[in-house]
Design a protein around this ligand. Structure first.
Ligand code: HEC
Length: 213
């Protein structure tokens, strides 16, 4: 009889041990043990999904938002025009001075653009895309995140200055939320600075008179 009791007790203890080991596994997934070929064991720490990096998020928004289409000059490549990545987001090249705007015939054509896709002439005059790199003299190097967000939201330089001209798509971009604008600015501050002084826009009267020359 005594032997039989001991056997039950031992069996119970074995089940209890197995259960507590299982519970410990379930409660503490501190590491995933992965068996690797050759009999070794990899102890992979289990961490919560990392927070989305702001700069990477900003890069994603800049690339999907098409900022480079206008702010990175095109150059001629083997298969036609391609973005000049040595001038990433640095705006209209200062070395490219534009000749007078060609006179358009009467009709529905309204806007002309340069081969670099960085200068446009239209009813607003001539505009040149800004240098968005962090160069302190010619880019956004001295801007704050707030000045950037205010510009994008209001369509005014730094939030209170002159109107930002077409074709800068302010009506679309003013809908970015705070976190998006913050991320875009973080990315723009992280790209290589390019020293490139973009010319000031030419008002319509000036554009018209230079077209007559
Ligand atoms: C369709 C062309 C186009 C696209 C796309 C575009 N921009 Fe622009 N952007 C311009 C032009 C042109 C100017 C210069 C306007 C001016 O001088 O008033 C400009 C100016 C700016 C300025 C300077 C404003 C200032 O007050 O100095 C900022 C900042 C800017 N763009 C950011 C962006 C960002 C960020 C994106 C993408 C999310 C973007 N742009 C996409 C055409 C574009």
């Amino acid at each position: 009889m005594a032997d039989w009791k001991w056997m039950v007790l031992l069996a119970g203890a074995a089940v209890g041990l197995a259960q507590s080991a299982g519970a410990a596994d379930a409660l503490a997934p501190a590491a995933v043990v992965e068996r690797v070929p050759g009999g070794g064991v990899l102890n992979k720490p289990v961490t919560p999904a990392p927070p989305v990096d702001r700069v990477l998020r900003g890069r994603y928004l800049v690339e999907t938002g098409g900022c480079g289409d206008c702010h990175t000059p095109l150059k001629m490549g083997k298969n036609g025009p391609e973005p000049d990545l040595t001038r990433l987001l640095s705006g209209h090249p200062q070395s490219l001075s534009m000749p007078p705007v060609p006179k358009l015939p009467d009709g529905p054509w309204l806007v002309v653009s340069s081969a670099t896709n960085t200068a446009w002439a239209g009813p607003w005059g001539v505009s040149f895309t800004a240098n968005l790199t962090p160069d302190g003299e010619t880019g956004l190097g001295r801007w704050t995140a707030k000045q950037f967000a205010d510009t994008m939201r209001t369509g005014k330089h730094l939030g209170f200055g002159r109107e930002v001209l077409p074709p800068m798509p302010i009506p679309a971009y003013k809908n970015f939320n705070d976190a998006d604008l913050d991320a875009i600015f973080a990315y723009l501050q992280a790209i290589p600075p390019v020293r490139n002084r973009v010319p000031a826009p030419v008002p319509p009267a000036g554009a018209a008179s230079s077209a007559k020359k």
